[in-house]
Design a protein around this ligand. Sequence first.
Ligand code: AMP
Length: 287
Amino acid sequence: MTAPPLPAARTVEALRNQVGAWKAAGLRVGFTPTMGALHEGHLSLVRLARTRADRVVASVFVNPTQFAPGEDFEAYPRDEAGDAALLAGAGCDLLYAPTVSEMYAPGFSTTVNVAGVSEPLDGLARPTHFAGVATVVTKLLLQCAPHVAVFGEKDYQQLQVIRRLVADLDIPVEVIGGPTVRAPDGLALSSRNAYLTETERAVAPVLHQALVQATARLRQGGSVSHVEAQAAETLAAAGFGPVDYVEVRDAGDLTRLGPGSVLGEARILAAARLGKTRLIDNLAVWS
Ligand code: AMP
């Protein structure tokens, strides 16, 4: 059975009117922000939100401020009609698809900077990225005002940045992380996988394999620095390059592990380029 067409809100006012009506009727509202080009990973978050809320809003907004000059903002895949059909099938109740000018009116001047957790890893490789993410997510959460918001563990550092800003700014929302959805060969689903050539797609699962191997070595007592170096070598040997990082970090604030740190609370995170595509992935060391 095909789902009925999904209602869309294009302005903050239309979004607030619908969410306000649901809340006035005593309903719990869930929210999952995306940049579109939706796949099963995004849809899993909509379904997770559905288990925690009576109504689910999904946003599709390709946020220009989280792309640096020379990154793929213009090329980023866009397919609103396809996205809307997938969202409706996953149980979403409202698509929020604002324009860039609705989100960033003339004179827009505010940036949300999350110190600490934004700084290492992708923060080094993409210095302006997390300020763009933190600012747009703050806006989206304030616009939608959901009871619960769901983000993917696929973008683990982003999830921790969002947890931090929600706590610091007293935004009244429960943040939930959803597990990474993978292709059968282990590659984490990503809208950017569409950029991979056939040959690169065949190599791409090595990223996940290297992390699985690294977590096994860590659990067997391998030293963090040695295991990180081995994983980076595995990626380089498979044809990835440059490898931006493969690092084991505290799962909460993403600081480096000290001598007394508990590996059980650690996360291994990696980012590496494969041809023109930058892939990221991460795993709990001890799941
Ligand atoms: P994006 O559209 O890439 O900005 O992602 C929107 C949301 O979907 C973010 O919370 C991502 O972490 C999440 N997401 C992306 N890929 C996956 C995946 N493979 N599994 C689970 N969540 C994902």
